[in-house]
Design a binder for this molecule. Structure first.
Ligand SMILES: Nc1ncnc2c1ncn2[C@@H]1O[C@H](COP(=O)(O)OP(=O)(O)OP(=O)(O)O)[C@@H](O)[C@H]1O
Length: 604
């Protein structure tokens, strides 16, 4: 007993307060502590002897001076309660108990979440004579609630961002949880779905199968994965195949089932898109590695300006274009220009070098193949026709196309549809075809190597690209264009081409056309030291005059001899600035395929 109570009634009340298992203190009307009970000593660490008679009771709960709930009640200033407490009940009538909650920095350094109640004691005149305040430590519960709230938030954000539909059902099969993906997949808001039987979202014919997986039996503890055979039904009635996992779970004494499912069509579409993107990426990589740039087409001669006019005109249509001309005249560059000037330029131009492909692979390259269509076809592959859908397909070296591939190509051109090798599905595409060849197709037709009907189909708009020797006005323009290009690439500078060299260029026959000129300039840029580009002597090109007695040689045998001769000169080096391809003015790949075709090999 710290204070002599004035009456036996008070004695028992004070005694009761002192031994109350709840922390409590009592203030008189002058805010002085009159009781500081044992539980309060324990909670605050402050002794009753120090507190009784003082107004330092706030020190038990706060590090800085501020009113406690008991002070607010005494001063009748409960209006301030909201700003001072983490949580406060609405101030009620004077006789009521006031309820607040707060994080309190205790004198021993702990931070406690206290539930604080206070109540006024009135004298016989109805004046407030004292106030009792109690404090209960609810830190653990508060932290638990916080952790629970956090994990609930985390779970709901995981559920919300999951790509798969996540649905929970109770024993009556009624939906209790329906995440955002479920709402998207089933085309139905969660508010609408929750409470509905899940059977509503299962294709009716699959309901019996569904029931087999949702068995509320406590012996079943592991999830069941159903990869196929189940179909779901969207809110609008549309059915779709699903793969799903059914997992039994018990939460809060309630038996539930969680169903995680995804639209298999969505997955298939995504896989197809990915595959297509990968193929396109591979193809685009080839295009990037290719140095062609349609913006860099040099044409100064009258004849080339006419060609360019034709190209611009035909570009606006979907007509097939047949580019005819010797090797290296710029046919591919023109094909790219046609694509760029056309309305298809947002899609890609897909090139097929018919000469660089073994005959048996051309069909699979053009039309794609199904998995297992032939040895090595380990997966389905789209052909270049499919890749070019919406864009342009450029068939380079058309004259090298095999007869079976010609027949297929003809069908695509007529019907814009085809089947993959080894497949039966008919695929429709919207493709504009540009073809190029340096062969004389009427001669090839006569020799039975090219289909006449395909020739007439493609020959709707033939563009003759003249040989460089027929447009000598272009030679200085092209030579200076290549000079700038290679000097920049090699970090060199030249004022111009030396006059004698330029004359030589103008009078040379250029059997390899622009490609050969380009190679000559590239080599000159590498070798020249002065301010003028020196052109090395060019070997005059002349066909060996065949003696009258000699049997006239075929074009093919002449070609074979010429390639063989060049290869021997380069020591069988094919690519690079000093390789046979550069000297012959051919693509190294084209040269390799010509060698294959003509049976030229080092050992042979
Ligand atoms: N008018 C031109 N302006 C700029 N560069 C050109 C021009 N014509 C051709 N070229 C360049 O010459 C090289 C050969 O051109 P391209 O590949 O277009 O010829 P092609 O006729 O398709 O040859 P092939 O029949 O051997 O496939 C390319 O590097 C190309 O960039």
């Amino acid at each position: 007993m710290r204070k002599n109570p004035s009456s036996p009634q008070n004695l028992s009340a004070e005694h009761l307060l002192q031994h109350l298992p709840v922390s409590a203190f009592v203030l008189n009307a002058r805010h002085q502590v009159v009781i500081w009970n044992k539980a309060c000593e324990q909670l605050t660490g402050l002794k009753a002897e120090e507190m009784i008679g003082s107004d330092r009771h706030w020190q038990g709960f706060y590090t800085e001076k501020r009113p406690c709930l008991a002070d607010l009640l005494l001063d009748d200033s409960l209006g301030d309660v909201k700003g001072l407490y983490e949580w406060a009940g609405a101030p009620a009538s004077r006789t009521d108990i006031y309820h607040t909650e707060n994080w309190c920095p205790m004198p021993d350094g702990r931070r406690l979440y206290l539930v604080i109640d206070a109540c006024a004691i009135h004298d016989e005149n109805g004046e407030v004579a004292a106030v009792v305040e109690t404090q209960r430590d609810r830190t653990e519960q508060r932290l638990m609630m916080q952790a629970l709230g956090d994990s609930e938030q985390r779970i709901s954000s995981i559920l919300g961002s999951a790509m798969d539909a996540i649905v929970t059902i109770d024993e009556r099969h009624n939906i209790t949880l329906f995440n955002a993906a479920a709402a998207r997949i089933f085309r139905c808001a969660a508010d609408f779905a929750i409470g509905q039987p899940f059977e509503r979202f299962i294709a009716p014919r699959c309901a019996p199968l569904f029931k087999q997986f949702v068995v509320f039996d406590s012996a079943i503890k592991t999830p069941a994965w159903v990869p196929e055979g189940l179909s779901a039904r969207r809110a609008d009635g549309e059915e779709f195949p699903i793969e799903a996992t059914f997992s039994p779970l018990e939460a809060g004494g309630q038996k539930l089932f969680t169903i995680i499912l995804r639209d298999v069509n969505d997955r298939r579409l995504a896989e197809q898109k990915l595959e297509r993107l990968q193929q396109e990426k591979g193809y685009l990589q080839e295009v990037i590695n290719d140095e062609h740039n349609p913006g860099d087409f040099v044409s100064g001669s009258k004849v080339m300006r006419t060609v360019m006019e034709q190209v611009r005109m035909v570009a606006r249509t979907d007509t097939p274009v047949l580019l005819l001309g010797e090797t290296g005249t710029g046919k591919e560059l023109l094909a790219r220009a046609i694509h760029e000037y056309s309305s298809r330029n947002a899609a890609i131009l897909v090139k097929v070098n018919c000469a660089a492909l073994p005959a048996e692979l051309i069909e699979s390259e053009l039309f794609g193949h199904e998995k297992g269509a032939f040895t090595g076809a380990i997966q389905q592959r789209k052909g270049r026709f499919e890749l070019a859908d919406g864009g342009t397909l450029f068939l380079d070296e058309l004259g090298e196309l095999s007869m079976p591939a010609q027949a297929k190509l003809l069908r695509v051109l007529q019907e814009q549809e085809f089947e993959r090798v080894g497949g039966s599905e008919t695929i429709r595409v919207d493709v504009r075809v540009i073809a190029a060849t340096n062969r004389n197709l009427p001669e090839e037709i006569a020799a039975g190597r090219f289909r006449a009907d395909l020739y007439y189909r493609l020959n709707v708009f033939p563009v003759e690209v003249p040989a460089l020797r027929q447009r000598s006005a272009d030679i200085p323009l092209l030579a200076r264009f290549f000079l700038t290009k290679y000097a920049k690439k090699l970090g060199k500078h030249f004022d111009d081409i030396e006059p004698a060299g330029l004359e030589q260029l103008k009078h040379y026959a250029w059997p390899g056309n622009v490609r050969e000129l380009q190679n000559v300039i590239e080599r000159a840029v590498i070798l020249s030291q002065g301010s003028q580009l020196e052109i090395p002597p060019l070997q005059p090109y002349q066909d060996k005059p065949s003696s009258l007695s000699e049997k006239p040689k075929t074009l093919e045998s002449l070609e074979r001899e010429h390639i063989l001769h060049t290869l021997k000169e380069t020591g069988w080096v094919i690519s690079g600035p000093k390789g046979a391809a550069a000297i012959l003015g051919m693509n190294p790949n084209t040269l390799r395929s010509r060698m294959l075709k003509l049976g030229i090999s080092r050992t042979g």
